[in-house]
Design a protein around this ligand. Structure first.
Ligand code: AMP
Ligand code: GLY
Length: 443
């Protein structure tokens, strides 16, 4: 079977890596891919958001299954175009149509969907510029801090947390005035939830689902979760508080009503759902839905799946996921993201990357895997940086009774390799996993 993974980051490298291990995989392609996916198969030039280019790549390479990494092509209707095209009949597709992708593409839709189906989430109101006075009254009815969200996709920058009412008023006016273009012509205002965040992932065909390993993301640039927000600086899986009881609540209160709600509303869904959850005193609340996997969570999660991902993806596309069984390894995963100096602000590109041979190997069978996020190959064949987040170093360590020992082993392996990778300006957070040790010690 031939698989095409759309996207070109660490998430897509990790998905392609896992697909490549399937007994049924003859070839794995990526569009546009990166030097990491090139080690596993073939990269195809093109833009995942461009239906015509994707269609041509699928036909030219006799692709059997397309797996979409990022949300944007889905929100813009890539699947819908696929379904309308007779030449693509029979090609399996993992990722929802635009109606399902609205769970991520419109925060207002997602919040109203949760309200309709009784899914726990922060109280909210949504407002357009003709209702500024009402929006301000709603803000006044909340306690600080205040959470303002652009309704549409804003490249991960559309959420603002304001400590004072004055700041919230000012941000509200700027957002409705076009701070994020059309994406913020509607603004969702939410109650602030305090707790610990966790990323929970499912693969679903709309009827059944597989609960993938959960992960914790490290969003801010600085140690101790300080400084600017980033796409994610590291990940750890599993997350100790996600025990059977918590999973039961997530399944009963969130996943099942979500799937039932989609079905009742006539929205088919074949793909991943990433639930951004807040654990508020043992109860899960949905912060956001994403219609894709997380990055860098995927670089941790994929290394913990023992069963055949390609088989699960095909079943997801065909609607037979109920017959699949997910097997999860008895190892933990810890990912450290090496980023370019300056990220998440401006940063240079094209810096030569050198270092540990694991970086250049395509076997990735040892306890440490290096997934490429923002890398490129120069004309001379030299590996260089090409993005803010450059390499995701993932280590697997045996899941011991002692969370501390498990994490310490993962940290020692991951940081051991991260230290041995060099490029000018390289930066990584030093504290990945330490909060989990602290949390379990406090318990
Ligand atoms: P989102 O893009 O919706 O995931 O929001 C980005 C980040 O803002 C989340 O990962 C949370 O850390 C934070 N956040 C969003 N909504 C809330 C909320 N209602 N309460 C507390 N924090 C929030
Ligand atoms: N790491 C968070 C995300 O992918 O949205």
């Amino acid at each position: 079977m031939k698989a095409l993974v759309l996207g070109g980051g660490g998430r897509e490298h990790a998905i392609a890596w896992k697909i490549r291990q399937s007994w049924d995989c003859d070839a794995v392609f990526a569009m546009p891919g990166n030097p990491g996916t090139a080690q596993l198969g073939k990269n195809l030039a093109g833009n995942p958001g461009d239906f015509i280019q994707v269609r041509q790549a699928v036909l030219d390479n006799s692709i059997d299954i397309v797996v979409v990494g990022p949300e944007e092509p889905l929100v813009k209707g890539l699947r819908d175009r696929f379904e309308e095209d007779p030449a693509l009949k029979g090609v399996m597709f993992v990722g929802p149509g635009s109606a399902g992708a609205a769970l991520e593409g419109s925060k207002q839709f997602a919040k109203e969907f949760m309200r309709r189906h009784g899914i726990p989430t922060a109280a909210f109101g949504s407002f357009t510029s003709d209702r500024i006075a009402e929006a301000k009254d709603f803000l006044k009815s909340l306690k600080p801090p205040y959470v303002l969200k652009a309704d549409g996709l804003a490249g991960g920058k559309g959420v603002l947390i304001c400590s004072s009412l004055e700041e919230a008023f000012s941000e509200l006016e700027q957002m409705l005035g076009g701070k994020f273009g059309k994406a913020s012509s509607t603004v969702v205002i939410e109650e602030f939830l305090s707790g610990i965040e966790v990323s929970v992932f499912i693969l679903t065909d709309g009827k059944s689902y597989l609960l993938l390993p959960e992960a914790k993301d490290y969003k801010r640039i600085g140690d101790g979760d300080t400084g600017l927000n980033t796409g994610g600086m590291g990940a750890v899986s599993p997350v100790p508080f996600v025990d059977e009881e918590f999973k039961g609540k997530v399944a009963g209160r969130i996943i099942e009503p979500t799937l039932k709600g989609l079905s009742e509303e006539g929205i088919p869904y074949n793909g991943f759902i990433f639930l951004g959850l807040m654990n508020c005193g043992g109860d899960p609340y949905v912060i956001e839905y994403n219609v894709r996997m997380g990055d860098p969570e995927t670089e941790a999660v994929m290394t913990r799946i023992d069963s055949d991902l390609l088989s699960h993806l095909c079943a997801c596309a065909k609607g037979t996921l109920g017959e699949e069984k997910l097997e999860i390894s008895d190892e933990a995963a810890l990912t450290v993201m090496c980023v370019s100096g300056g990220y998440p602000g401006s940063y240079p590109k094209g810096k030569a990357i050198t270092g540990d041979p694991v970086l250049f190997s395509n076997s990735y069978s040892g306890p440490v895997k290096v997934f490429h996020s923002g890398t490129a190959e120069s004309q001379e064949g030299i590996l260089t940086t090409s993005g803010g987040r450059v390499l995701a170093v993932t280590a697997n360590s045996p899941l011991e009774k002692s969370v501390k020992r498990t994490i310490e082993e993962g940290r020692s392996l991951a940081y051991g390799i991260a230290e041995r990778i060099s490029f000018e300006g390289k930066y990584f957070r030093k504290d990945i996993g330490l909060d989990i040790i602290r949390y379990t010690e406090e318990k």
